[in-house]
Design a protein around this ligand. Structure first.
Ligand code: DQA
Length: 146
């Protein structure tokens, strides 16, 4: 197993900082990557951070995480969280632990966000802490919670 932690981000997260800042905050995805790099150095991890607007790409990257022996995956599948059985199946298909991450707390928002296919199979969920949700998820990997 390697010390690399994949951080996979789904649709519209490339617009973080500009996109509905009252819900998602004003921190950009690049800034979150920087926060994770700092935290990763403390823990001796390497971060591989990616974003895509395409569902199948997330499936491919989950497979790749396992093939490359990643330590864990932090996954913010964004809207695909609530729709994608393909991503649920991909998480089930790999042994690499996957932590579900959200900036907001979808369970306190619109009804259609209450269902999480990712949460059904993720090893853990961290949500509702803004950008800190990502660093808290990395701390959980470091403390061997997953
Ligand atoms: C999100 C929550 C999802 O419901 C939404 O579709 C997103 C972002 C979050 O990080 O809070 O795009 O995953």
């Amino acid at each position: 197993m390697s010390d690399t932690v994949y951080v996979l981000n789904g649709p519209n997260l490339n617009l973080l900082g500009l996109r509905e800042p009252e819900i998602y905050g004003s921190t950009t995805l690049d800034e979150i990557a920087g926060m994770l790099e700092d935290k990763a150095r403390e823990h001796g991890f390497t971060i591989d951070m990616r974003q895509t607007n395409h569902e199948g790409m997330l499936v491919d990257w989950l497979h790749e995480a396992q093939a490359e022996g990643a330590r864990a995956v932090l996954l913010n599948a964004a809207a695909y969280t609530h729709t994608s059985i393909a991503i649920l199946d991909a998480i089930k298909a790999i042994k690499t632990p996957v932590i579900e991450v959200h900036l907001s707390d979808p369970k306190t928002r619109e009804e259609f966000r209450h269902l999480s296919y990712v949460g059904m199979v993720a090893a853990k969920t961290v949500e509702g802490h803004g950008a800190q949700s990502y660093t808290m998820a990395l701390d959980a990997v470091a403390s061997d919670e997953v």
